[in-house]
Design a protein around this ligand. Structure first.
Ligand code: NAD
Length: 388
């Protein structure tokens, strides 16, 4: 049976753990050996005792956790020293690694097979492994709470003996997974919500959550690609979008921006002069901060105040919700592991499977971003999905 290692995350500010005791228990019950580095789950309130009770072995340090491991489950990509300590042929599962050239190169040179969770296809079959959606939902929720905290007003309509307080106006730009969760959260807190997306297909989802969809004449169904993702707008279209949005941004108390196009810098949708025209005390929470920001004034990881408007550019926002971020991440990873294990419990790297083929970014000493799928490894000549 394969040995699965769960090391402690070493990246600054990372509070998540890749697997929680509940998932570890499922693996140990199925006969797998799981070794957890002491303290791996502590920042997410999952203590060593809970892992021990789930049947894991606790190891004192990274080297003994990963020694001889067949699979290493992580949140962030390993650093150079961590990669060097892995055995050749090990499988590393992590998030964001396909965007880190140096880490990818080191993993390939070490002969490690790397599965990059950000490349899980957005298909119905892969939904249980969709870490991006899990993390985006939590980020959308938390963004509203950050916005509300930074706002000197309340969200709901309140009728009191001291008079009536009007509800806050929230404008959500980008109605993907994060944006829809932001809309739902702002509505639950009682705000009046408007939302915009270049993909007209989301209009009904926005309305079903009780928000008003801001429609643009410039929009058309071709705003999305075959995978359902938004396509990058032309400079002309982006200028028209900015123009349309400016009125709604100026009228909002809180603006939550989540607009993203995979593989591209975030579209710049709020210019500095629009911020200057916003209400005093208004707040922008820019969830696209890490990919350049949807607002011209956003600084990743910082809070900027301009003309009385507060602009938050949170990075790794889900680290502020380590319990549920770890729980969702862990269940997603467990589903991926179940795809790797055959009925005999052994690892079957079936690269004929579309999920595995899309996710595998290093294998056999090579970085294989966009490369054809490698030959199957193990008893994996079966059809896609049959290993699950
Ligand atoms: P994302 O994070 O890539 O982008 C966020 C949102 O920004 C998207 O809705 C996008 O349309 C929007 N956007 C892009 N450019 C914009 C602009 N200039 N102005 C305003 N908005 C702009 O998106 P995501 O949340 O990861 O979801 C992307 C797609 O994947 C959606 O179609 C979603 O329904 C789909 N999806 C499918 C599955 C599944 O089938 N398993 C799971 C999750 C998501």
């Amino acid at each position: 049976m394969p040995k699965i290692a769960l090391p402690r995350e070493s990246a600054a500010g990372e509070t998540r753990v890749a697997m929680i005791p509940e998932s570890v228990g499922k693996l140990t019950s199925a006969g797998h050996k799981v070794v957890v580095q002491s303290g791996a789950g502590a920042a997410a309130s999952f203590l060593d005792e809970a892992y021990r009770a789930a049947g894991a072995e606790i190891a004192a340090d990274y080297a003994s956790t990963c020694a001889g491991a067949d699979i290493v489950a992580r949140v962030q990509a390993p650093n150079a020293a961590e990669t060097a300590a892995l055995r050749e042929g090990a499988i590393v599962i992590a998030l964001g690694v396909s965007r880190q050239d140096e880490a990818l190169g080191a993993l390939a040179r070490r002969g490690v097979t790397t599965l990059a969770l950000e490349r899980i296809p957005r298909t119905t079959r892969a939904q249980r492994m969709d870490v991006l959606s899990s993390m985006a939902s939590l980020a959308g929720y938390k963004a509203v709470l950050l916005g509300s905290n930074a706002l000197g007003r309340i969200f709901p309509l309140m009728m009191t003996a001291a008079g009536t307080i009007a509800p806050a106006r929230v404008f959500v730009i980008g109605a993907g997974v994060a944006g829809l969760q932001a809309i739902a959260t702002a509505r639950r807190l009682g705000a009046v919500v408007e939302a915009f997306d270049v993909r007209p297909a989301v209009k009904e989802e926005v309305q079903s959550l009780g928000a008003t969809f801001v429609a643009a004449e410039t929009l058309d169904a071709s705003a999305a690609d075959a995978g359902g993702y938004a396509k990058q707008q032309s400079a002309d279209q982006e200028a028209k979008t900015r123009e349309l949005l400016s009125k709604h941004v100026r009228g909002a108390d809180v603006v939550i921006t989540t607009a993203a196009v995979p593989g591209k810098a975030a579209p710049r949708l709020i210019a500095a002069d629009v911020v200057a025209g916003m209400k005093p005390g208004a707040v922008i929470v820019d969830l696209a901060a890490e990919s350049g920001g949807n607002c011209e004034l956003t600084k990743p990881g910082e809070t900027v105040v301009a003309n009385g408007v507060t602009i938050l550019g949170p990075v790794n926002l889900v680290a502020a919700l380590p319990v549920h971020a770890s729980q969702m991440y862990s269940r997603n990873i467990l589903a991926l592991l179940q795809l790797l294990f055959g009925k005999d419990g052994a690892i079957h790297l079936n690269f004929a499977d579309d999920i595995l083929a899309a996710t595998c970014v290093t294998h056999g000493g090579e970085v294989r971003l966009g490369a054809p799928a490698p030959a199957p490894v193990g008893a994996a000549s079966s059809a896609p999905g049959s290993a699950s």
